[in-house]
Design a protein. Sequence first.
Length: 160
Amino acid sequence: MSDISDLRRAVRLELAMPGRLKTHSGIMDCVALLDLSTKGCRIASLELDLDTGQVLTLRPDRLEAVKGYVRCRQGHRAGIEFERPLYLPVVEHLHKCWPCPSEPAAAAWVRGIGPDRRSECPPYILGIIGRAHALQKEQQKDTLARLTEAKALGLRLRYC
């Protein structure tokens, strides 16, 4: 009898990394990436409920956006399949930079064991999602500063 790990198309590496997610309809949320492979990842969102088959764009911390599809979900956790695979060296590097937490409660939560409620989410994971929110605000401030600078220089900006 085959094991579930035999059915996986790529090895998943556990991590706890902040990221941002945007659905095809334009709804955005900050998420925690809980595991990653070349073919996809598992995310957790404390606010957003995703539907199987939904198209989305995922932007891990300091990386380019990746288009993907929701393949499965359980509560506020979802399995995402990437439209284009990531390079294995990139996946391995991210795994080293954002290791799975050693705190037992947070590690269990990352592995999908335990409650899915925000009130019972470990502080470590809340911190990861909080970091994603902080990065989003930082990017918004940077964009506003660039627009203000362009306006001061008298440049006309076009929006496509």
